[in-house]
Write a protein that binds this ligand. Structure first.
Ligand code: MTE
Ligand code: CO
Length: 389
């Protein structure tokens, strides 16, 4: 067209005039043309914005790192605003020497850098009884994957000296909900980090500034934000978050409890309902896969509802308990597609279909839904959340 030709031949405004100077944005912001790339909530899901959740726009992202400002938020009592100078971390209970740390104390201890996913156990929780929310942002967006900098919890526990009968820890937040959870001591001593930075900068307030627990591979609820206290005890505390919440109601009326690990899962982020196919011919299918038990070994993709599978191409770093990015480069002629992906992790575990999962778990649960997602791509490219019966 004439317009696209003019884009090549004519001098454009952004070439004709000087751009903004270097001091316009002391802390950079995305291009104004990226204004659709935002976290979104589902208004009917929760009664208030303070005890609520919003979702990572997975369909707008690439690679494996979630930009800090797009990490989904889940809080039970709003975002605590804490001056790090006033923040204290106490270690008490079954220890030889109860201790209190300032943020400066913590930043003088040996630190580590690790990339991990955090997935809320309620991710995909609205999909147990059938396909419901129209977009991977809403069906799978309670996940983020960032690089954390922090101090291994073991370093602080060693300083306090755990008593031999210390078997569990209770982690407590300094937010208005005072959210708390019990954590087995083996996990705490193995790979738990108390992080003060994400993606190279200080934690964002939404993510628990100035200090949060990082519990690799385990459900997001354990990752206590605004962490103020770690108490050592000889049994779990039976807090609200591990009894009435974050337990998995089975078909027979009993519940699974302390279901910590997030099993292998994957989702095709493009195409998806918010990112339909627009062009016939060459296309890139893209998605994310992860496992709380280790690394992702392989991702299979089907374009015909699970009849035929091909191995996707994983590109970018493959870290332990981090998401991986996968691609299938394909030709689309306008035929209907039923797109699925299936993750296989380093333990050999294969992501189940939703029906396989329901056979074992029933449909009463909210949490730990890692069933295979299906997207129906219609001949015009419109894409919908469906299930194959
Ligand atoms: N920690 C505190 N103190 N208060 C909270 O409400 N929410 C938990 C967990 N830690 C919560 C908390 C839940 S349910 C999840 S899924 C994760 O934080 C969410 O982390 P994010 O907000 O960084 O995505
Ligand atoms: Co959660």
């Amino acid at each position: 067209t004439a317009k696209s030709e003019a884009l090549i031949t004519d001098v454009q405004d952004w070439q004709r005039y000087l751009g903004e100077g270097v001091d316009k944005h002391p802390y950079g912001v995305p291009s104004k043309f990226e204004k659709n790339v935002i976290r979104r909530d589902v208004p009917w899901l929760t009664a208030s914005a303070e005890s609520s959740v919003n979702f990572t726009p997975l369909h707008e992202l690439d690679g494996i790192i979630t930009p800090s400002g797009l990490c989904f938020e889940r809080h039970h009592g709003g975002v605590a605003e804490i001056n790090p100078a006033d923040h204290r971390l106490m270690i008490n209970g079954l220890v030889d020497k109860p201790l209190v740390f300032t943020m400066d104390d913590i930043k003088r201890m040996p630190r580590v850098n690790k990339v991990y996913f955090l997935e809320c156990a309620a991710n995909s929780g609205m999909e147990w009884r059938g396909s419901q929310l129209n977009g991977c942002q809403f069906t799978h967006g309670m996940i983020h994957n960032v690089m954390y900098t922090g101090v291994p919890l073991k370093v602080l526990l060693d300083e306090a000296g755990l008593k031999p009968n210390a078997k569990w820890l209770m982690l407590e937040g300094a937010d208005s909900s005072g959210m708390n959870r019990s954590l087995p001591i083996e996990k705490a001593l193995n790979d738990v980090i108390l992080a003060f930075a994400m993606n190279g900068e200080a934690l964002r307030p939404e993510q628990g500034y100035p200090l949060r627990a990082v519990i690799p591979g385990w459900e997001g609820n354990l990752w206590v934000k605004w962490l103020r206290r770690v108490e050592a005890g000889d049994q779990p505390w039976q807090t609200r978050e591990e009894t009435s919440k974050y337990t998995d109601l089975l078909a027979n009326g009993t519940s699974r409890k302390h279901t910590f690990v997030m099993d292998a899962k994957s989702v095709v982020t493009n195409p998806s309902p918010q990112a339909p196919l627009k062009h016939k011919g060459r296309n890139v299918l893209s998605g994310l896969a992860w496992s709380g038990r280790g690394t992702v070994k392989r991702v299979d993709v089907s374009l015909d509802g699970g009849r035929n599978w091909q191995t996707a191409r994983i590109d970018g770093p493959v870290f332990d308990k981090s998401v991986v990015r996968f691609y299938v480069d394909f030709e689309w002629n306008g035929q209907e597609l039923m797109i699925q992906s299936r993750a296989i992790d380093s333990t050999g575990y294969v992501q189940p279909s939703k029906d396989e999962l329901r056979k074992v778990r029933g449909v009463n649960s909210i949490y730990h839904n890692n069933g295979i997602q299906t997207w129906l791509v219609r001949s015009g490219g419109e894409t919908e959340n469906v299930e194959i019966g």
